[in-house]
Design a protein. Structure first.
Length: 51
């Protein structure tokens, strides 16, 4: 049987998981924001294209 994880390692792992999750949400927010900017630019270009 293995020993339970020491408290300091458990806390360090939880802190790293929270940090990683926060970075994932920030990356997702930037990605979605960028997709919308590109979509708005494309809509503008289509609506204002010469006929």
């Amino acid at each position: 049987m293995t020993d339970p994880e020491p408290e300091h390692r458990r806390l360090a792992r939880q802190t790293e998981e929270k940090r990683g999750e926060r970075h994932m949400w920030i990356w997702l927010a930037y990605f979605l924001f960028g997709i919308h900017i590109i979509a708005f630019v494309m809509i503008y270009a289509v609506l204002h294209a010469p006929k």
